[in-house]
Design a protein around this ligand. Structure first.
Ligand code: 6YU
Length: 503
């Protein structure tokens, strides 16, 4: 243990993967006085495993995106023995599909017709080409459309006139309707209400890692449990929301940071690492910091996007999809206007629910589908009773399969927007957002150049990662980054330990 850190006190706000990662790094480096304050009664934040009957299901994060040696989540999961053998094979780690692969589909239309994959192949091909092209704008700069939605819509209109002119009117219309479904699923991937809210240029900031996405057979929370078991007991105080972080811009040296909790308790620290979700920050930044965030940081909090993507798990007694089916797409026949939002959320929110993952293997999960629904429609769904959701989903399946006897056994949905400590699902580059905004989000307080004590407040969490935002590995790396910032502050600047402020 380095004597330099002996009396340094660090408070971490939030016990998600980023807060846990920061604590790990600090404690391993010899920091003794580290404490995590968590608003809820559990660790893990947006990593949350639950049960649907006998099946383990993920309410939050699902996959390790890009499970390869460069992905620290994969390395930790491997170390703790949490993955299936297939996920560990070199072949699995080498597959580079640039994101989540679509899988073998079953496709249904709202007229109750089962379609073949070839029926919507032209739409699928055009859509994936456009997504690929959209990523290039980051390096080129000077994009002509403000949003990913604008870009896709205008390109589809132009290209359809040329590339699909040989198709008959019905087939062309079907392609446009299928594009609408793809746009809605892309809203889920981005955690956005509409692709009109996702910046075209900034979308290219997100980087993928090689490896075929894999899941945790025993649940993602196994990773949290393993990490927590290596931390000193009593490190986390649960059900202790932080109301305000009092920092200082004054020239006086060594001003401690005061962390004020909802119950009125005030805790003094030398450094505070804030890991609350961007959704929470957007709603509460004006009261969470005193003095308030500097204007450039506050504007970046506002500009960066944070939206809702929810899951609806549906269990059936028997499957009505093909045995080899991995995903189910629903295509509405009346959506050839290339739309990713419904006109009347209360009446037709269910139209936003158009993609389902089949949970595999069947021996592990039974007959369970995971439906994906993003945006305001998803937020409205959260306000409905479980019976109302079950009824709407049953009607949806009956209509699309043309089978009025399809019966659901159980339904379970996530409600991330109404979670008061998350206020949505994950971040995406908002309109007008650039690399600079991501830099601003992670910039510690007081900002550089100020005379006052540096590194009073540090910022971690998925939304602060410059290229892996929205992921578990991005969140974990951001926690390590801020811990390393503190460690090097004491090691490279030769900063001496502050005078005691006891936890
Ligand atoms: C990934 C994935 N994934 C799905 C869903 C969600 C997320 N992610 P935390 O929030 O964890 O911690 C902060 C803590 O702070 C928390 O505990 C709070 O309680 C606490 N707090 C707040 N305020 C406080 C206060 N005032 N005082 C004290 N404490 C306070 N990531 O890698 N793989 O599969 C998914 C997914 C529904 C919600 C995800 C995924 C995102 C991660 O979960 C997230 O980045 C990290 O957990 C964040 O950690 P953190 O520490 O930063 O914050 C047909 C069909 C086709 C299929 N297509 C479907 C497309 C869907 C694509 N989407 C996939 C994404 C999924 C599934």
């Amino acid at each position: 243990m380095s004597v330099k850190y002996k009396n340094t006190t660090v408070v971490i706000v939030g016990c998600g993967i980023s807060g846990i990662a920061a604590a790990h790094r600090l404690i391993n480096a010899g920091f003794h006085n580290v404490r995590i304050l968590e608003a809820t009664a559990r660790s893990g934040g947006r990593i949350k495993t639950s049960r649907l009957g006998d099946s383990v299901v993920e309410i939050g994060a699902n996959w390790i995106h890009g499970p390869c040696k460069e992905n620290p989540v994969f390395c930790l999961a491997q170390k703790y023995g949490l993955l299936d053998p297939e996920a560990l094979t070199p072949e699995n780690q080498a597959i580079d599909v640039g994101g989540h692969p679509p899988g073998l589909p079953n496709i249904f239309s709202s007229s109750g017709r089962k379609l073949n994959a070839e029926d919507i192949y032209p739409a699928q091909k055009m859509f994936s080409e456009l997504l690929g092209e959209s990523e290039g704008f980051q390096s080129q700069g000077g994009e002509t459309c403000p949003s990913l939605g604008d870009f896709i819509r205008s390109e589809v209109r132009q290209r359809a006139a040329d590339e699909w002119k040989h198709l008959d009117a019905n087939t062309r219309s079907l392609q446009l309707c299928a594009i609408s479904s793809m746009l809605k699923l892309e809203c889920c991937t981005n955690g956005a209400h509409s692709l009109d809210e996702v910046a075209l240029g900034a979308n290219g900031l997100y980087k993928t890692l090689p490896g075929l996405d894999c899941t945790f057979p025993g649940g993602y929370e196994g990773l949290i449990k393993s990490l927590m078991s290596e931390l000193p007991s009593g490190l986390v105080t649960y059900s202790r929301p932080v109301r305000c972080v009092h920092w200082s811009n004054s020239e006086k040296t060594r001003t401690p940071v005061i962390v004020e909790c909802n119950d009125g308790e005030k805790i003094t620290a030398d450094h505070v690492i804030v890991t609350v979700p961007l959704g929470y920050l957007k709603q509460h930044h004006s009261t969470l910091f005193h003095p308030p965030l500097p204007p450039h940081k506050m504007h970046s909090v506002q500009r960066q996007g944070f939206g809702t993507n929810n899951k609806i798990f549906v269990e059936f007694d028997s499957p009505w999809w093909d045995a080899d089916c991995e995903v189910i797409y629903l295509v509405w026949d009346d959506e050839d206007a290339i739309v990713d939002q419904v006109p009347d959320v209360q009446r037709s929110w269910i139209k936003k629910l158009c993609g389902f993952t089949v949970l595999k293997p069947t021996e592990r999960y039974g007959h369970v589908l995971c439906g994906w629904i993003a945006g305001h429609e998803s937020e409205y769904m959260e306000t409905l009773s479980e019976q109302e959701v079950t009824h709407a989903v049953a009607q949806l399946f009956r209509r699309f399969t043309g089978n009025p006897t399809v019966t659901l056994r159980r339904v379970l949905r996530s409600q991330w927007f109404h979670d008061p400590w998350t206020c949505g699902s994950y971040s995406h580059p908002g309109i007008g957002c650039s690399e600079q905004d991501l830099e601003n989000l992670m910039e510690p307080l007081p900002v550089k150049g100020s005379q006052s004590q540096p590194l009073q407040v540090l910022f971690a969490g998925e939304a602060t990662h410059p290229c892996y935002f929205s992921t578990v590995h991005g969140a974990l790396l951001s926690g390590w980054r801020e811990a390393d910032r503190l460690i090097s502050h004491y090691t490279t600047t030769g900063e001496s330990e502050p005078t005691k402020s006891k936890l």
